[in-house]
Design a protein around this ligand. Structure first.
Ligand code: NAP
Length: 215
């Protein structure tokens, strides 16, 4: 299987790339500042997304994992925080970036038999989990969830399945040292979820360990 993973230079994306390669898959990992065999991609930049598609030429993509994301508004004060530029950057990365990657690689996904798209959202996308704070991240991940649900409807006639996932609270730069699970646990769980994704499950919102998450 040929798997494309965005944000594969560190964190959960890096672990997914390593584990998928170890399982024998061909992996195209992307990074804003690529090293080794990573391919350059800034998901906020349509030109960069187009260049990734050009790099892949007509090579089929069996699984696209939209993993790249940012969470800059942790701990922002309601009264003085959440500047407009932070909203713009977060939506450009966590929402528009997901859309641009999928749109750019549609020909490659269509060239594969039964291609799949995995969007890494968060449990913080759910309106059932609203303790307050982190407005930008929550709203952007909710938008990514909504995007995935609607893409699932549009791509169903073509047999392309779309899943949306919460990776767990993971020990990465984003998740912090106190988080509950390691990147390898998250990556193994997510890769198992992607393998199980089929047209019957398209549009699902699931956790890394296989539970359906309320929208
Ligand atoms: N960790 C958690 O507990 C947790 C929980 C729920 C959801 N998630 C989601 O899981 C995904 C991975 O998170 P993580 O914990 O692995 O985060 P991380 O360690 O902070 O890594 C984020 C990755 O996204 C990349 N990225 C950021 N902006 C980008 C852009 N404009 N273009 C391309 N790549 C970009 C980063 O690249 P650079 O190195 O260039 O910055 C990095 O590779 C994210 O979508 C996150 O929201 C994480």
């Amino acid at each position: 299987m040929h798997i494309v993973i965005t944000g594969a230079n560190r964190g959960i994306g890096h672990a997914m790339a390593e584990r998928a390669r170890a399982a024998g898959h061909q992996v195209t990992g992307t990074a804003r500042e690529p090293v080794d065999d990573l391919v350059a991609l800034d998901v906020t930049d349509p030109v960069s997304c187009g260049a990734l598609a050009e790099h892949l030429q007509d090579h089929p993509v069996d699984l696209l994992v939209c993993n790249a994301g940012i969470y800059p508004d942790k701990g922002q004060p309601l009264e003085t925080g959440y500047p407009a530029a932070m909203w713009a950057e977060s939506f450009a990365t966590n929402v528009t970036g997901v859309f641009l990657c999928i749109q750019s690689l549609l020909p490659n996904l269509r060239a594969a038999q039964g291609a799949k798209i995995a969007i890494i959202s968060s449990q913080m996308a759910s309106h059932t989990l609203a303790p307050g704070g982190s407005y930008i991240y929550r709203a952007s991940k909710a938008a990514a969830l909504n995007l995935g649900r609607n893409l699932a409807a549009d791509l169903a006639p073509e047999g392309i399945a779309v899943g949306i996932y919460h990776p767990g609270w993971v020990r990465t730069d984003m998740g912090g040292d106190a988080a509950e699970i390691s990147v390898d646990e998250a990556a193994d769980g997510l890769l198992a979820r992607f393998a199980a994704l089929d047209m019957a499950a398209t549009g699902c919102f699931q956790t890394w360990d296989g539970r359906d998450h309320p929208y």
